[in-house]
Each structure stands twice: as C-alpha cells, then as structure tokens.
Design a protein around this ligand. Structure first.
Ligand SMILES: [Zn+2]
Length: 158
C-alpha cells in the first residue's frame, strides 16, 4: 500500500468511525444521520449513470447537497455510487454548483436532440468527465468501501 493510499484509508476509516453507521446498513437511515449531523438537506436525484459508472457528481446548493442516484442499475451499485458521492462531500472535495449542474443538463439535452438514438447513459459518458483528481476519486471509493465494511464488520461481530 502506498503512503498516499494508507493516508486516505486512515482518513476514511476515521471518518466512518465517527459516524454511527446503521446496522444493518440502510442508505436512507445513513443519509438521515448525515442530514442531522451536517444541518444540510440531502436530495437524491434519479440519473442515467449506466451500470458501469464509478462516480456521480454531487451538487451543492445553498442548504442542500444533491446526489445522483443511478437508475437502471442494481441496488448495490446505486448504493455504492451514492456513498462514493457522500465521500466526496465529507472529504471536502469541491462539488458542482446548481448552475453548473443545470448547464450540464442543458448540454446533455442538446446532444439528445441532435442524436436521438443515443441512450442517456451514453450521452453522460461521452460528455461527462470527472472534475476530481485520481487521488480524490480513490479516496471517495475508499470511503464508500469503509462505510460498507464497517457495517458488515459489526454485523459479523454482533
Ligand atoms: Zn467520484
């Protein structure tokens, strides 16, 4: 394990240890816990991310964080993608503004009008590129894994 990976892993496990991750894990309960702790609403927005997406883009409004909730995928994949975005939020990675999110949606709609045969997921993949550095993506991935591992570890102990 590289020094950077070790540092991110430690940071993620510390973050998760400070949270009361529901056991058994329920995403809605976990998000409600975050809302109570952070004093900011969390809204899940159904999105065409596709079954192979590894990252959604969180959007921050004045008093709300909007997380992309992929449709047309498995419950497990959707849960990991939402937790990945929570990782970006809690690790302090910059989020899109509401204005940027609207501009992105307008761009996707324009492409859909020009090329109506393309699926929404493919359009997202063609236009979308993550604004995050690989190290930030890795840290968000580790956070999601730490949440799920934490819940699973306690279930095995209990
Ligand atoms: Zn990401």
């Amino acid at each position: 394990m590289s020094a950077a990976t070790h540092r991110y892993t430690t940071q993620c496990h510390d973050l998760v240890a400070a949270l009361a991750v529901p056991d058994p894990f329920r995403l809605d309960e976990f998000l409600a816990l975050l809302v109570a702790r952070r004093g900011r609403r969390i809204e899940l927005r159904p999105t065409h991310l596709g079954p192979t997406a590894t990252c959604g883009l969180p959007t921050s409004g004045e008093d709300v964080d909007i997380l992309e909730h992929p449709i047309a995928t498995t419950v497990e994949h959707a849960r990991r993608l939402v937790l990945h975005q929570v990782g970006h939020l809690l690790l302090g990675h910059p989020c899109r503004s509401v204005g940027q999110a609207a501009a992105d949606a307008d761009e996707r709609a324009a492409v859909a009008r020009l090329l109506p045969g393309l699926s929404p997921a493919l359009i997202r993949r063609l236009l979308g590129s993550s604004p995050y550095a690989p190290a930030q993506e890795h840290a968000a991935y580790l956070f999601a894994e730490a949440v799920l591992t934490n819940a699973g570890a306690r279930r095995q102990c209990g």
